[in-house]
Design a protein around this ligand. Structure first.
Ligand code: UDX
Ligand code: ADP
Length: 476
């Protein structure tokens, strides 16, 4: 069988870029991305490419090449399901907030809703592909729903195969990751279905990079990859704390261990802790799975990675407070970066959320800058609206504004009268700040806290500012 018409349910950070690249590389395949969120679909269809609902370098170019030709964004879920040979499920699977497995297991209600819709409206033979990050054994849930819903289906002759095809793209480099993947993983039982999907990827991915496994290995491999990556970050951040205590430098330690081929140099940057929609959620899924199967020690091992990350984020806020004479009440702090990493507008699980909340709790006045995250998103994440009066505030220690924040439109304005600057996201523009100039408007003895190691310590020294940077036991 040949896949000629794809429907992807979910036009988010995974579905949007993945389908755009498939459409770009397979001009003979119709790719329809559907979502129940009309506002999101309208943004995907917006003529002004600046308004796309997600920011991802290179995405706008692909959209302008393919949209309206073989790539379509729509809310017409039923029609697109019924016309598709292959349906990708790319909906959100957040951690459950209540009930059994709350705080650990993924909430599969959206996946389940999709499976029911597919069961009802699909026609003929359809390959259903899990794309969202899902707990192991979700394919079984999808299969069971597809089979059990036969009595409600519009086409009584419809048949299905379920494949797992997890996405390994990282935000900020999604297009490159999709165009030149390290591997494509396809798990399933039916060889014909596996080969049909393989033929789609073969249009641009070398065949030796397309791995076939059974369905459970594919699901588990996705969780494991994310758990290993997150574990590296907690490991290096834990060593960073030892460096700060002992006078060592985490960058030097990372370089030294990274040149061991067995360890490798990637993913060893100590920072403010990992964020993003996947790492924490996937590890908690592993923890839940381990405990479910009575493997408590295994669950505890992986849970330690998340605990260390939480501890590390709060360690940074405590440290800022300590350096500012034990209180940040009424002090102006300029936060540089709110996204969980550079080159994305995504703030899910961003370390900036916990760190800013801690500082606000202590009474700090925050001016928050980010080149791609908007103030509404920050309000939602902090659970607190910005105070626009702060835009014209020039006085120090205005205790009426303790615990308030405002969005800093212009990068340079946030430095005026600031007691401290905290770099939380590694946006390129933050490494080009003229510190001598900016220091002139800050209130001495002002501090720069660099949680991303992107600032040249010499420039800070020349500007007569106090400096702390992550994992640097020898910082001034
Ligand atoms: C991750 C996986 O990399 C990707 O394969 C998977 O499909 C989804 O989850 P993503 O969350 O987009 O991707 O970003 P990633 O680049 O992995 O970064 C995650 C977090 O770790 C970010 O907060 C980042 O700043 C942090 N990080 C990363 C570090 O602190 N140090 C590093 O060396 C690398
Ligand atoms: P991800 O990072 O996994 O892509 P997002 O939250 O960015 O997650 O996107 C998931 C999208 O899936 C959202 O836009 C949401 O509206 C959509 N969605 C969830 N459930 C359904 C459904 N049953 N039908 C259509 N779209 C859905």
């Amino acid at each position: 069988m040949e896949i000629k018409n794809i429907c992807c349910i979910g036009a988010g950070y995974v579905g949007g870029p993945t389908m755009s690249v498939i459409a770009d590389r397979c001009p003979d395949i119709y790719v329809n991305v559907v979502d129940k969120n009309e506002e999101r679909i309208n943004l995907w269809n917006d003529k002004n490419l600046e308004n796309l609902p997600i920011y991802e370098p290179g995405l706008d170019k692909i959209i302008s090449r393919c949209r309206g030709k073989n790539l379509f964004f729509s809310t017409d879920i039923i029609k697109n399901i019924s016309e598709a040979d292959a349906i990708f499920i790319s909906v959100n699977t957040p951690t459950k907030k209540r009930g059994l497995g709350a705080g650990q297991a993924s909430d599969l209600k959206w996946v389940e809703a999709c499976a029911r819709e597919v069961a009802k409206y699909a026609k003929g033979y359809t390959i259903v592909i899990e794309k969202s990050t899902l707990p192991v054994k979700t394919a079984e849930v999808i299969k069971t729903i597809l089979e059990a819903s036969k009595s409600e289906t519009e086409d009584t002759k419809s048949t299905f195969d379920v494949l797992s095809n997890p996405e390994f793209l990282a935000e900020g480099s999604a297009i490159k990751d999709l165009e030149e993947p390290d591997r494509v993983l396809i798990g399933g039982e039916n060889k014909n279905a596996i080969y049909a999907l393989t033929n789609v990827y073969k249009k641009w991915v070398p065949e030796e990079k397309i791995l076939h496994t059974n369905i459970w290995s594919s699901e588990l491999a996705k969780l494991t990859a994310n758990a290993f990556l997150a574990q590296r970050i907690s490991s290096i951040n834990s060593i960073g704390a030892i460096c700060e205590a002992t006078g060592a430098d985490v960058r030097e330690v990372a370089r030294a261990i990274g040149s061991d081929n067995r360890i490798g140099s990637k993913f060893l940057d100590s920072g403010p802790g990992f964020g993003g929609s996947c790492f924490k959620k996937d590890i908690l899924n592993l923890v839940y799975l381990s405990n479910y199967f009575g493997l408590k020690e295994v669950g505890d091992f992986w849970e330690g990675v998340v605990k260390l990350n939480n501890w590390h984020q709060h360690r940074i806020s405590k440290l800022i407070i300590k350096k500012l004479f034990g209180t940040v009440s009424g002090k102006k702090i300029h936060i540089l970066g709110f996204a969980f990493k550079a080159n994305t507008n995504d703030t899910r699980e961003s370390s900036a959320i916990n760190i800013c909340k801690d500082l606000l709790e202590e009474g700090a006045i925050l001016y928050i800058h980010d080149p791609k995250v908007n103030s509404l998103q920050i309000s939602n994440d902090l659970g607190k609206s910005e105070n626009l009066q702060l835009k014209s505030l020039t006085l120090h220690d205005d205790f009426n504004f303790e615990g308030e924040w405002v969005f800093s439109e212009n990068l340079n304005d946030g430095f005026i009268n600031a007691d401290a600057v905290v770099v939380l996201t590694e946006w390129a523009e933050y490494s080009n700040i003229n510190w001598i100039e900016r220091a002139k408007s800050m209130r001495p003895p002002a501090w720069v806290f660099d949680a991303r190691s992107i600032i040249n310590p010499k420039e800070i020294k020349n500007a007569n500012l106090n400096f702390w940077r992550i994992g640097d036991g020898a910082a001034m």
